[in-house]
Ligand binder design. Structure first.
Ligand SMILES: Nc1ncnc2c1ncn2[C@@H]1O[C@H](COP(=O)(O)OP(=O)(O)OP(=O)(O)O)[C@@H](O)[C@H]1O
Ligand SMILES: CC(C)(CO)[C@@H](O)C(=O)NCCC(=O)O
Ligand SMILES: [K+]
Length: 259
């Protein structure tokens, strides 16, 4: 079985893939100092709690935080006796090489999202991921990541507002009842919710105009369903796109190994 690890700047997600379905998905906050032993304590407690009988033989990692990779490698080696495939490292092959400026280190999560989206939908896509950052990944007709857009994440924007302005509280993102807020919290929620609806619509319109071919838009990340309640249009919403992309890249590397 495969353990797929998606380590973002805010959260780290583990999913166990049995070749047909994900048996479970475990989420913890990302800490660069977490040790291999600490990962295993957390992992084995939850796997036991869910009653999952997982025989992990392979591990694949996508990490936007380079420093956590060392401890995750030790974790894979010590507890599952395997050498993980790390997306973005030379030993990890990608089904479609990105076409970007020389020297650009594309975020592995964006490469993984592109691979997952292409596998499900084919090419000419915009993948919008609402993580720590709100990213737009353009996937060409042949499946290559060919660039995109990086905007501040929704929660980051709310947090920045709270940190910078003494009178503004910490609030959670939600869809407000009205655009015109009649109290501070409603005003902030309106700004962030409708601001991001406008941001996503505006950026997708401009990408489409520049790309000059019809494109489909895929929304992913924990906040995608919330924003789908706005005016903006996703053709599909997929909460497991990054995990799916990891299984696609894992399969591709396994096949390459046997050739
Ligand atoms: N299934 C879910 N339903 C509702 N909210 C969710 C769900 N999953 C995640 N969230 C919330 O949505 C936010 C975005 O989650 P997501 O995993 O997409 O990115 P993240 O973990 O914040 O960022 P990163 O991947 O960059 O670390 C998180 O703050 C989380 O609390
Ligand atoms: C943009 C983030 C932070 C989104 O998780 C990540 O993909 C990243 O660190 N990217 C590196 C730069 C790039 O993707 O071009
Ligand atoms: K993510």
């Amino acid at each position: 079985m495969l353990l797929a690890i998606d380590c973002g700047n805010t959260n780290t997600v583990f999913s166990i893939w049995d070749g047909e379905k994900f048996l479970c998905t475990l989420r913890t906050s990302t800490h660069h100092a977490r040790t291999a032993d600490a990962y295993f304590t957390w992992y084995s407690t939850l796997v036991k709690h869910y009653g999952i009988d997982a025989d992990i033989t392979d591990v694949i990692i996508s990490s936007t935080v380079p420093r956590v990779v060392f401890n995750l490698r030790v974790f894979a080696d010590r507890f599952f006796g395997c050498r993980p495939v790390v997306v973005g490292k030379p030993e990890c092959r990608l089904p479609h090489a990105p076409r970007v400026d020389p020297g650009t280190q594309v975020g592995p999560d964006r490469l993984v999202n592109s691979a997952g989206a292409f596998d499900r939908h084919g090419g000419d896509l915009i993948v919008v991921d609402f993580g720590t950052a709100t990213t737009f990944d353009v996937v060409a007709h042949d499946g290559a990541y060919v660039g995109g857009v990086i905007a501040p994440g929704v929660n980051l924007s709310l947090e920045a507002l709270h940190m910078a302005a003494a009178a503004l509280p910490h609030v959670d993102v939600t869809k407000p009842q009205k655009v015109i807020g009649t109290n501070t919290v409603d005003c902030m929620q309106s700004g962030v919710f409708w601001g991001y609806v406008g941001l996503v619509n505006g950026i997708c319109d401009r990408i489409r105009a520049e790309y000059e071919k019809p494109m489909r838009i895929i929304g992913t990340g924990g906040l995608a369903p919330l924003f789908a309640q706005g005016e903006m249009l996703f053709d599909f919403i997929e909460d497991d796109l990054t995990m799916h992309g990891l299984t696609v890249i894992h399969d591709y590397n396994k096949k390459a190994e046997t050739i």
